[in-house]
Design a protein. Structure first.
Length: 168
């Protein structure tokens, strides 16, 4: 008697497919989805492809005679002592490249140090013990010299809120 009573009671899992089918036909449950193909993997870096050498950065302090000891960067660029340099000044950034007909406002001395002439230091309003940010790019055979004024201008978006919150 008990088995016949139990068999007459609907089980919960028996009604689930009918309920889901009803909800699906009503548009409440989306139709069954099929698996899509997996997304393609990104291409791998070819280890044999030529790579651009990285740009190297250093901060160097200028001494009272206008000398910056930048031998590691000059070696990285492959510039020997007494290399003549063309100089371009753009918004307190000096761009140095090897050249022949140069006015020697910036030059490499015998000890492979960069030297800035007094006239250029005056024009840039730099003083002894000022720090320069140097960026050496061997691919372009270029050395960028960022003056303290240029570095301050580059960092102003981050330092301006500090100056506003903590005035001198």
């Amino acid at each position: 008697m008990i088995p016949s009573l139990v068999s007459g009671i609907p089980r919960a899992h028996d009604s689930v497919p009918r309920v889901v089918d009803d909800l699906r036909s009503a548009g409440v449950v989306p139709p069954t989805t099929t698996w899509r193909a997996p997304l393609p993997l990104p291409p791998l870096i070819d280890p044999d492809a030529p790579r651009r050498p990285p740009i190297r950065y250093e901060v160097r302090r200028m001494d009272k005679s206008g000398r910056l000891m930048a031998r590691p960067l000059l070696d990285y660029l492959g510039w020997p002592p007494r290399q003549r340099l063309e100089v371009r000044l753009d918004e307190d950034v000096l761009t140095l490249t090897p050249g022949q007909d140069c006015d020697d406002t910036v030059y490499i001395d015998n000890r492979a140090h960069l030297r800035l002439r007094a006239r250029l230091r005056r024009d840039l309003a730099v003083q002894d013990a000022d720090d320069f940010l140097l960026a050496a790019d061997p691919t372009a055979a270029t050395l960028l010299m960022f003056t303290p004024t240029a570095v301050a201008a580059l960092l102003r978006p981050w330092t301006a809120p500090l100056e506003e919150n903590h005035p001198a």
